[in-house]
Design a protein around this ligand. Sequence first.
Ligand SMILES: Cc1cc2nc3c(=O)[nH]c(=O)nc-3n(C[C@H](O)[C@H](O)[C@H](O)COP(=O)(O)OP(=O)(O)OC[C@H]3O[C@@H](n4cnc5c(N)ncnc54)[C@H](O)[C@@H]3O)c2cc1C
Length: 329
Amino acid sequence: MDPQHNLKKYNTLAVDSVCERYLSINSLSDLETLPKNLKVSDMLVLAGGSNLLLSPQINRLVAHIQPRNHIQIVDNLVVAWAGTSWHELVVWAISHKLGGIENLALIPGTVGAAPIQNIGAYGVELKDVLVWVEIYNWQTGGYHRLSNEECHFSYRHSIFRYHDQPWVISRVGLDLRPNRPINISYPALSQHLADISDPSYADVAKAVTEIRQSKLPNPQQLPNAGSFFKNPIIERDLADKLQKKFKKMPFFPIPGKSDILKTSAAWLLEKCHFKGKRIGDAGFYHKHALILVNHGQATHDDLLALVHSAKKAVKSRFGITLEEEVRIV
Ligand SMILES: Cc1cc2nc3c(=O)[nH]c(=O)nc-3n(C[C@H](O)[C@H](O)[C@H](O)COP(=O)(O)OP(=O)(O)OC[C@H]3O[C@@H](n4cnc5c(N)ncnc54)[C@H](O)[C@@H]3O)c2cc1C
């Protein structure tokens, strides 16, 4: 276990951060070396660092899941080690002509982090294909599998988001199949594929990749953590009131729920003039208001100050509280 480790290059917002204790995790046997007496609040699992805003000093043991692709087919399921690159898994599935995750191409980060917020994009979420999540309990030293239902998945949420259990996700099992129908219901995707009569999984992944590259900044060129806020889910009463006042405000139905609606956090931020706004080196991306970016030397506090001012402005204009998608540690 190393003392004092610099985490700047391990978080895609590229903020300066050091931790008190650092442990590199390459395998199941490394996981099993985690101290059994460690409290949940004394541990931070770090993987690709693409969904985190880190404090300058992390007074916890950082267990850093190292990038290493390991994918197998076991009992007709695709089973991948937590450190596998998510995008590499998508590429692997397509090369094996297996469908189900092609819409999730180019999402940064690892397989082990994917269940945490039930990653989603272009009309598909991880929960649509996930069969089980294997966790390692560092306090008992045992492994346990949670079924899809036991993970309590919903929009950018799962049981793992509470971070109140001594668990590290070690592997996931996915049901990817050669005969899964493609899903191009998302308007930007169907428009992009309009000229292809019978798109393959590879065509869908290519379209998603092209759309994402045209909209989202590459963290290696402009540090960011993707969407900083979740799209808010609000009561229909409030939605009705807002619709009267803001005719163009977008609302999206939530299947099976008639009393709540989803709206667009990017739209709310744009209306409050945060698209492209910059204070020092902290900013919101000029092409997409939802993406908090580090133009150079922004610190954790600089970024958080901008986040707070955006939340305040949205709350005061629309009465909506934005909730962070990125985990602030
Ligand atoms: C440019 C960009 C675009 C993005 N687009 C999307 C998108 O379209 N859809 C989407 O859903 N997300 C998106 N994200 C967010 C991010 O890519 C995902 O949340 C991803 O799953 C994070 O993976 P990671 O390995 O980087 O996790 P990290 O950022 O390292 O960790 C994220 C959280 O997961 C926990 N964690 C990580 N690994 C484990 C493990 N093995 N066991 C237990 N806990 C663990 C961490 O403690 C932390 O709480 C985007 C990010 C960027 C930078």
